[in-house]
Ligand binder design. Structure first.
Ligand code: DX5
Ligand code: ZN
Length: 226
């Protein structure tokens, strides 16, 4: 039984980019809580994806918050541009930043929600000193850089540990997970304490469409959901 109401954050990395606006609208109509935008620099992760122009193009298309996951080294150089483009929250990796406290203050000074992301090999306890400064923690449940990867089971105890830390230090903080989330893994992460689930392939890759992918995920975490 999950302990928290669960929100879904469709990741457009798995969307059909030729129909991006339509796909985001479909996700919004199907009950998405926010849209997750994956930014990759080809260095922090071995892949390139999208930049502020995508956020700017989506801003008039949806009323949902646009959440920007910065898989980059030195995120400070990009914060202003994404904020101006219309990002509502900026999520930065603990591993990609030597001055995380400064970055978080900078995000807040831009009037945006601040999140910290930890990779699968990074222990939960690195969050102790930053939790008071953040709105959201994102636990990667795959190694970042690509969609459609297999969920790493050993992240489950870490999700539980992060939930404990949140309850002790910053109870209003959200706990999000990202990578390999589908109807089989969603109930596991929700039971461990995650309350926001990022999902790309299981939503935009559903052969029956975005609404079907959303519904299958919703039903997996709330068994009575129609
Ligand atoms: C991976 C990205 C994820 C990705 C998840 O590096 O951060 O947001 O889109 O994709 P799925 O849901 O397909 O694992
Ligand atoms: Zn992501």
């Amino acid at each position: 039984m999950q302990k928290f109401p669960v929100k879904l954050a469709p990741s457009i990395l798995a969307a059909d980019f030729a129909r991006l606006g339509e796909q985001v609208t479909e996700a919004e109509q199907a009950g998405a809580d926010r849209i997750h935008v994956d930014v990759m620099d080809g260095h922090f992760v071995p892949n390139l994806s999208m930049g502020p122009v995508v956020v700017k193009s989506l801003r008039p298309v949806t009323r949902l918050p646009l959440e920007t996951h910065l898989m980059v080294f030195h995120p400070d150089a990009l914060l202003d541009e994404f904020a101006q483009a219309g990002s509502d929250s900026l999520l930065v990796h603990w591993e990609g930043n030597c001055n995380l406290h400064r970055t978080l203050q900078r995000i807040k000074s831009l009037g945006k929600r601040a999140g910290v992301v930890i990779n699968p090999a990074t222990p939960a306890d690195v969050l102790v000193e930053v939790l008071a400064d953040v709105d959201l923690i994102l636990v990667m449940t795959v190694n970042p850089g690509f969609g459609h990867q297999r969920f790493i089971d050993s992240t489950l105890p870490k999700i539980r540990r992060v939930r404990q830390l949140i309850e002790q230090i910053q109870p209003g903080c959200e706990l999000e997970v990202d990578g390999g989330i589908d109807p089989a893994t969603a109930p596991l992460v929700a039971e461990a304490g995650a309350n926001v689930l990022v999902a790309g392939t299981s939503i935009f890759g559903d052969p029956s469409g975005v609404a079907s992918g959303m519904k299958r995920l919703q039903q997996s975490v709330v068994p009575g959901h129609r």
